[in-house]
Ligand binder design. Structure first.
Ligand code: GDP
Ligand code: IMO
Ligand code: MG
Length: 420
């Protein structure tokens, strides 16, 4: 068998959590492969609404095994909070959750470093979620990180102290002090003890053995392609590979083991944090999208910047990921707009191009306006019921993107999902 991948084609928050939850019944294993608690994946069904940060979005389904892969960075404190929330909802987490021994740990000093680096950047700050993601991946690549499996080693506390001391030196250089660090450290060790009751595994072996035995695996991306460390709007990106290749390194999957790649995007576009966003709407339309789409960060509550869909960016993302099918979410949010904007090209000194420019900060998008629709989509139960203008919008996107849109999401709930 091959593993399927579902990942974001924009700047994150495309609705990955919702769709993974919807399609989990088709899978035996759901695995996160990168990112960490910077992610916020919202699920909604039967009066339950929840945001997951580290735990895969298959956790609510009875027969799925959920893996936090080696490519993920884990904050024990956040993970404990997530588990506690799920236990309160009656989810038997210990039966369904598997944590990679090779996943790196976010230490209490990592988020403090994140905050110190952001302060030092001043106006050029990334707009990080301040969850310690960048500093943790930096330690991983710098070969001085700590992994879940290292918690079992006899000299774990010594290693911890050494890394912490190195972090404190940096913080002193940056003249940054967190008076709550000791408290956070105590909480961290409590959380580590709490997590010792959960299964740790060599997830690369577990996944490859499962595929060999004919089981179905879905890799769940976090963030989005335009936040990828190599191909996103650098330096305003996250610190991991968010693209399909990240599923290979983040789970131990050989490239030929990748099957379907589901690329998910919003019918418009959002971004949270700093960095260029060429199709951003600064006026009333942007405000309207934010209001109607409830565009506030699932993790940090920050208002998301809103704008029109960007086809050169989507084409680039589809190419990088090898997307085989597309999923469009939040179409319902566009109901009532008399016209819908689509960026089809960028204007450059050499003329029009549908290739995403290197420097997005000065990029000039060309926006084509398409007719909107008035109908409320949220109660629709079949793609046939969609208004003609939306069907035309979908046909236009499919022609441009050259990949079929197989799912149209018309609301946050599991049930508000139309398959084509
Ligand atoms: P993720 O990070 O990709 O999982 O996405 P988030 O959960 O951060 O953000 C998506 C938001 O949109 C959440 O509040 C979802 O409940 C909501 N959502 C998902 N799909 C739809 C949809 O089709 N329509 C509407 N109106 N909301 C949706
Ligand atoms: P999900 O999985 C949207 C953004 C931050 C910031 C940049 C770097 O819910 O789609 P980091 O905390 O990684 O140092 O932040 O990336 N960012 C996200 N934006 N959705 C996310 O995750 C994000 N994770 C990080 O806002 O601009
Ligand atoms: Mg999110």
């Amino acid at each position: 068998m091959k593993a399927d991948v579902l990942l974001g084609l924009q700047w994150g928050d495309e609705g990955k959590g919702k769709i993974v939850d919807v399609i989990t019944p088709e899978y035996d294993i759901i695995a996160r492969f990168q990112g960490g608690p910077n992610a916020g994946h919202s699920l909604a069904f039967e009066n339950t609404k929840i945001v997951l940060n580290t735990i895969p979005s298959g956790i609510f389904r009875e027969n799925a095994q959920n893996i936090i892969g080696n490519g993920v960075v884990i904050d024990p404190i956040t993970l404990q909070k997530e588990i506690t929330k799920l236990l309160e909802l009656g989810v038997p987490v210990a039966d369904r959750l598997y944590i990679s021994r090779k996943a790196h740990l976010i230490m209490p000093t990592h988020p403090v470093l994140d905050a110190a680096y952001e302060r030092a950047k001043g106006d050029n700050k990334i707009g990080s979620t301040l969850r310690g993601i960048g500093p943790t991946y930096a330690d991983k690549i710098g070969r001085s990180g700590m992994r879940v499996g290292d918690l079992m080693s006899a000299n774990f506390k010594d290693t911890y102290k050494q890394i912490k001391e190195k972090h404190l030196q940096t913080l002193r250089l940056l003249n940054y002090d967190d008076p709550e660090l000791e408290l956070k450290e105590a909480r961290w060790f409590e959380a580590v003890a709490f997590l010792s009751a959960y299964k740790t595994v060599d997830s690369e072996l577990m996944i490859n053995q499962a595929l060999k035995a004919g089981k179905k695996v879905l890799a769940e991306g976090a963030q989005g392609t335009l936040l990828d460390i190599d191909f996103g709007s650098y330096p305003f990106v996250t610190s991991s590979n968010t693209i399909t290749a990240g599923a290979c390194t983040g789970l131990g999957l050989a490239p030929q083991r990748i099957g379907e790649v589901y690329g998910i995007f919003k019918a418009y576009c959002t971004r949270v944090g700093s960095g260029p966003f060429p199709t951003e709407l600064h006026g009333e339309a942007g405000e309207e999208l934010r209001k109607l789409g409830h565009e506030f960060g699932a993790t940090t509550g920050r208002p998301r910047r809103c704008g029109w869909i960007d086809l050169p960016a989507l084409k680039y993302a589809i190419m990088l990921n090898g997307a085989t099918a597309l999923i469009m979410t939040k179409s319902d949010v566009l109901s009532g707009f008399s016209e819908i904007g689509v960026c089809t090209h960028y204007e450059t000194a050499e003329g029009l191009t549908d290739i995403l420019p290197f420097d997005l900060a000065d990029a000039k998008p060309l926006i084509k306006m398409l007719p909107g629709w008035k109908q409320d989509l949220t109660g629709m139960s079949s793609a046939d019921q969609l208004p003609a203008e939306l069907k035309d919008y979908i046909a236009f996107l499919e022609a441009q993107l050259e990949v079929p849109i197989k799912v149209v999401s018309v609301g946050p709930d599991r049930s508000q999902t139309l398959f084509r």
